[in-house]
Design a binder for this molecule. Sequence first.
Ligand SMILES: [Zn+2]
Length: 258
Amino acid sequence: MCPKLSRRLILGFAIFAAVFFFALLRFHPLLALGVLFLSHMLVLFPTLVANCQWWGPVVTSFETPRREIWLTIDDGPDPVHTPRMLELLARFEAKATFFTIGQKAADFPAEIERIRQAGHDIANHTFSHPSGNFWALPSGRIAAEIDRHPVRSSLFRAPAGLKNFFVHPVLVRREMRLVGWTVRGLDTVSRDPEAVAKRIRRGFKPGAIVLLHEGHRTAHAPDFHPRCLELTLTILAQEGYRCVLPAPEQLRPRAGEK
Ligand SMILES: [Zn+2]
């Protein structure tokens, strides 16, 4: 279903459900509650399910006839990890997009410069990465999270991929696109780089968007994220894939990705 239509249907049903609830509560309380519950679920589902397109388009892959992958690295820059990630990318002749946190970009401008100098892309992953409540923020707070980022980009990724009803209109006004992923290694929860790479491998296909992270557990496991990247790049190279930065016209929203 086209996102514009699904947006209208969900909002229309929410209004209908509210009216229905108050009109029928006295006569059919269970039915009234059931309809209200259903409308809440319809609002929460596209908000809390990453890559769901019901609120608006989410880029989940890109058009290519070749064995090409778009590698994306979230949550940096980080003075411990970013230099190591860049070294690995250079060794494998791979390009990546760094979805950076604005506060960290402001704190570590040298790392931002290194990323840029190496020919990678830098995109917006909010200013403060409010992963706990981004999905519940009102329009003004979402706009501020995007606008306070010191790097201009046309690409945005929501924290944990959660986006509410307000996110798309804010992005459209800025000519920005919401980017999701095809496959992620769950490297912020896993402790095993092999398991992360194995999970990502299952999602390899031409035009896939791979999601990895940096900047976590730098104190007690500083090698973890670089190792995940190294293993992923090794497998990609073995299978004849190149990591590229797709052009804007190659990006496409598509439902049903992992
Ligand atoms: Zn993140």
